[in-house]
Ligand binder design. Structure first.
Ligand code: 1HA
Length: 275
């Protein structure tokens, strides 16, 4: 893939090629741990990929072979959350803004692939959980660390994890804070496939290319449909919003708009009452 770099970021890289956006957390010195700045930039990049109608698939990854992401940067963890440079000026108020990014990844109406080499642990593990698909290198290691470092993610990090691997396994992962290798992760359905590290990007791009050959609207509807139950009314809203979008594309809906604009009574009688 011939990646072209776009945007001006400090903590991440945003690259595009042949309909794929690749978003890379670029803090390898801390195993790609995130700070508030990282998450604001990731949010901007996901917006960019969403709004670009040339982009059909998004890849989230970490710089280097050692880590996808190691979660929140513990060096700048204050007494109430993670404190960024701007927050220091703002009286040092902490943030848990990775939660906003999790929701944004779920909401992004395009498939998101987590491309994992090395560690995906803590809040970094939850980021791969909320991605649609995970392609792992054979050196990948997965786990939650919350109870070890004084944290927990009771939202997607627990609830969605339990939907993926089952209640018993999810509780084991969280209560014991064990690490799991790529083969174990595949065994429990936590990742889609495992490939040799040297083939990680080639395999991920191949999955992306296959999806790019498929109907973008069908993929969008499938993502919203898979989200719907687990996201509650917000999930129903996403799916319903897509229904509204499709409805707007019909002559029947357009008759309502046209009649309003033309100040006449709408003629919905011309449309079939479908069986
Ligand atoms: O749970 C939440 C949240 C819950 C609700 C709402 C918001 C949340 C937001 C965040 C989080 C969390 O992410 S809590 C969990 C935080 N993360 C961790 O507990 C993982 C900590 N790191 C590790 O366990 C290990 O470093 C590692 C398994 C990822 C890698 O081990 P390895 O290969 O042996 O390397 P290591 O020597 O440990 O790390 C290399 C360097 O990276 C070290 O720095 P150095 O001694 O060279 O100066 C290490 O301190 C640094 N580093 C790694 N991870 C982090 C980190 N520095 C800051 N924060 C990190 N997360």
């Amino acid at each position: 893939c011939d990646w072209r770099s776009v945007g001006d970021y400090r903590d991440i890289r945003y690259e595009v090629a042949e309909g794929i956006a690749k978003i890379t957390i670029n803090r390898p010195e801390v195993r790609n741990a995130f700070r508030p700045q990282t998450l604001f930039e990731l949010s901007d990049a996901f917006n960019r990929a969403r709004d670009d109608d040339e982009i059909g698939v998004i890849v989230l990854t970490g710089q280097g072979d050692l880590a996808f992401c190691s979660g929140g940067d513990q060096r700048i963890r204050g007494d109430d959350g993670y404190i960024g440079d701007d927050d220091v000026a703002n009286r040092g108020i902490g943030r848990l803004n990775v939660l906003d990014l999790q929701v944004q990844i779920r909401r992004t109406p395009k498939p998101v692939i987590a491309m994992v080499a090395g560690y995906a642990v803590g809040g970094g593990h939850v980021l791969h959980i909320v991605c649609d698909l995970t392609i792992a290198a054979d050196n990948a290691r997965f786990g939650q660390t919350g109870p070890k470092v004084g944290s927990f993610d009771g939202g997607y990090g627990s609830g969605l994890l339990a939907r993926i691997v089952g209640q018993k396994k999810s509780r084991e992962i969280w209560y014991l804070c064990k690490q799991y290798d790529a083969a174990e992760a595949e065994e429990m359905g936590l990742v889609n496939t495992v490939v040799p590290l040297a083939q990680l990007e080639r395999e991920t791009v191949s999955w992306a290319r296959q999806m790019l050959q498929h109907s973008p609207l069908a993929l969008r509807m499938l993502k919203a449909s898979h989200n719907a139950v687990d996201d509650g009314l917000a999930g129903v809203q996403q799916l319903a919003g897509d229904s509204t979008m499709l409805f707007y594309m019909t002559e029947e809906a357009q008759e309502g708009r046209n009649a309003y604009r033309e100040k006449r009574t709408p003629d919905f009688g011309q449309f079939p009452k479908r069986p």
